[in-house]
Design a protein around this ligand. Structure first.
Ligand code: ZN
Ligand code: ZN
Length: 179
């Protein structure tokens, strides 16, 4: 949906704070506990990357009303369109509760940290892809090219924004629009 400037940029203020809060749980951990926390964090980043792919491909492109909201971003790629922080943070809270219930507090915090870090990185990357200039051949330039193919290719492809991994796994990776 269309957001105000403050609502659009809120992710970049709120998520670093939430990430710091989750990371602060490391201060009370033993060294083995912290190693487990970090491993869960890596698992969380990996889980996030798959979630980004699945949610974008199916929820945002196939299931109303989410598909209608996401269509606004496709119609106005540089506009302040996004998901309000209160919704995504509530989902993050749900992830924490579920992971806490399934694997305990320490692993739950590490896993949620990884998922939230992935989402924060996605927010930065997706903003940069649409708003920042990129030097030819740079990392950002390659990300921009891939995401532009998602926006403008006639066929549906390149759902991953932060990584091409799941597009490769599921066969939806395209280098450039089909002629
Ligand atoms: Zn899309
Ligand atoms: Zn986009």
């Amino acid at each position: 949906m269309f957001l105000s400037k403050a609502a659009y940029y809120a992710d970049f203020v709120v998520y670093p704070f939430l990430l710091l809060l989750l990371a602060s749980t490391l201060a009370w951990g033993t060294s083995w506990g912290n190693a487990e926390w970090l491993a869960a964090g890596i698992g969380g980043v990996a889980a996030y990357s798959l979630l980004e792919y699945v949610l974008h491909r199916f929820l945002l492109h196939k299931i109303p009303p989410f598909s209608r909201m996401h269509a606004l971003h496709h119609a106005h790629p540089a506009a302040m369109v996004g998901t309000p922080t209160v919704y995504t943070a509530a989902i993050g809270g749900g992830v924490l509760l579920l992971a806490w219930w399934a694997a305990g507090w320490n692993l739950g915090c590490g896993f949620t940290f990884g998922v939230m870090l992935g989402y924060f990185w996605y927010g930065l990357v997706h903003h940069a892809v649409h708003h920042w200039p990129a030097r030819k051949g740079s990392y950002l330039y390659r990300l921009k090219r891939r995401h532009n193919v998602h926006h403008y290719a006639p066929e549906a492809c390149n759902y991953g924004v932060t990584t091409s991994l799941w597009d490769r796994v599921f066969g939806s990776e395209r280098r450039r629009p089909a002629a």
